[in-house]
Design a protein around this ligand. Structure first.
Ligand code: NAD
Ligand code: LMR
Length: 469
């Protein structure tokens, strides 16, 4: 009896039976159609209404079932001369009723005839290309298989991956991205705990399909086909540390993840959150240059939290709702490199020198304020997830072609003599399509700019050297 394994399963070399002519013929048929063998078989069963005998594993009893077509079971479908192994989300084994089972030639003819069924081809091609990454490793986990099944009902939109999805930022970020109507597929990757986070978030009744990926061997599957990759992977600060103290650990993490992006989704927009942003963005750029995939427009360091904080603190002083306030924050994302341009606040406002000094300091030290308040339990996670989603949503609206999407980000820039700098950028289909100039600065801001550039230059160089060394 020939055993047919789905392309996503098993090592054929270990199973001499799969080399039988029947197997080859059927698998050829499935390859021609660009389908998984189990999809073809399930479709066939669905249309012919063959009665199946299903044995529930562990339940100790047998039931007669007609296949629903959507209902795929583990183990084997035995159809007389052919045993077909399928993927499954529910467990148990399935065998065709011997009396109603067609013989192999009938099945083969049916499979090949399906090539002309345009609608079926389109459906499977869409599922394969859009929702099922090739060679998915996730099927090994029951939790992740369930997510796979849900993928069949996916909504139109963008495919987004979060790397570091099980972390303090990653989890609320994943939750908020699952609520974003622009997201059709949400891939959650981390080196720990993604099955739990995926199962949890996957139960939210919003449109995005959630799939989980665990550990380095699944990184490529997590990234394949993504439009936007958000990276909050890496260690956070503890009290007394600077962001630069995180360099030694986070630089390597960012390098590995960006190598995966260069290989699997070189055209994706990348939102880099991992600290120190002033160095990790240059690291990412060098990795992409090395791989020959660098597009400066598509790499954006996330400085949105500085803007969110600035809007909040300035609104407090002005007695306005934060939504009414827009504060440009330029430079970078660490201490004095964070430079709020209070002279350009909208609505136009004036501040006393004392207010300017206090507001600037509070915005620059906002991260440290949270690190100290959390007293060793990490840094900003919830406000960061909020800011990351605000920024990611702007990137997706830009990708969709919306006009006038403008946010601050740390990007490749010619605004100053430095190769990277945060300013307002216009987000479009290709990422940061326009990098805006600084605009008129007052004396206080000009002094701040010089200090910021000095520190930024060193952090940028440190990142570049990490890859070029
Ligand atoms: P966290 O420790 O809670 O979470 C980090 C996650 O990254 C963990 O789940 C961890 O398993 C995962 N991770 C570690 N190595 C990985 C790898 N190689 N691949 C994939 N995932 C990996 O930390 P957090 O509070 O979520 O912060 C994450 C990073 O974001 C820190 O570097 C922090 O400094 C930075 N951050 C940046 C901003 C910003 O404004 N840009 C704001 C806040 C925090
Ligand atoms: C922040 O600004 O909150 C982050 O960069 C985290 C940190 O270490 O301050």
């Amino acid at each position: 009896m020939a055993v047919l394994q789905s392309p996503s399963q098993g090592n054929k070399a270990n199973n001499p039976e799969v080399e039988s002519p029947q197997h080859n013929k059927l698998e050829e048929g499935s390859k021609k159609l660009g389908m998984h063998i189990e999809d073809i078989f399930t479709d066939y069963i669905n249309r012919t209404k063959i009665k199946l005998k299903r044995t529930l594993s562990g339940a100790g009893h047998e039931n007669q079932h007609a296949s629903s077509g959507k209902d795929k079971f583990t183990d084997y479908i035995d159809c007389g001369k052919v045993k077909l192994r399928t993927t499954s989300s529910v467990g148990g084994s399935v065998s065709c009723d011997a009396k109603t089972t067609p013989d192999l030639p009938v099945l083969q003819n049916t499979l090949i005839a399906m090539e002309s069924i345009r609608e079926a081809s389109q459906r499977i091609a869409r599922i394969s290309a859009h929702l099922q990454p090739p060679n998915s490793q996730t099927e090994e986990s029951c939790v992740l298989k369930r997510a796979d099944c849900r993928a069949k009902g996916g909504a139109p939109g963008f495919k987004v991956a979060i790397l570091g999805a099980a972390g303090g930022i990653g989890q609320p970020l994943a939750m908020l991205m699952k609520m974003n109507p622009l997201v059709s597929v949400l891939h959650l990757y981390d080196v720990v705990n993604t099955p739990g986070v995926t199962a949890d978030i996957g139960h939210m009744d919003t449109g995005a399909v959630v799939r989980g990926f665990l550990g380095q061997p699944q990184l490529e599957n997590a990234l394949t086909g993504m439009d936007l990759v958000i990276i909050p992977a890496g260690v956070p600060r503890k009290p007394g540390m600077t962001r630069d103290d995180l360099f030694n650990i986070n630089a390597g993490i960012v390098r590995t993840l960006c190598e995966g992006i260069a290989k699997c989704c070189p055209n994706a927009i990348v939102n880099l959150i991992s600290n120190p942003v002033n160095s990790t963005v240059p690291i990412a750029a060098e990795v992409f240059k090395k791989a020959g995939t660098y597009d400066p427009k598509r790499l954006l360091g996330v400085t949105m939290l500085d803007v969110v904080r600035a809007n909040t603190f300035v609104a407090e002083v002005l007695g306005l709702h934060p939504k009414e306030v827009d504060v440009p924050v330029v430079g970078g994302h660490a201490g004095v490199t964070i430079l709020p341009l209070l002279s350009q606040v909208k609505p136009p406002s004036s501040f006393t020198p004392e207010e300017t000094e206090n507001l600037t300091k509070r915005i620059q030290d906002g991260g440290t304020e949270v690190v100290q308040a959390k007293a060793g339990a990490g840094s900003a996670t919830l406000s960061m997830a909020y800011a990351a989603v605000k920024f990611a949503d702007a990137c997706l609206r830009g990708l969709r072609g919306d006009a006038g999407v403008v946010e601050c980000a740390f990007v490749a820039s010619e605004v100053t003599e430095l190769p990277f700098f945060a300013t307002k950028v216009r987000l479009g289909r290709r990422g940061a399509e326009e990098v805006y100039q600084l605009g008129p600065l007052n004396e206080y801001e000009r002094v701040g700019l010089e200090r910021a550039k000095k520190e930024l230059a060193e952090s940028i160089q440190k990142g570049v050297s990490f890859i070029r060394k």
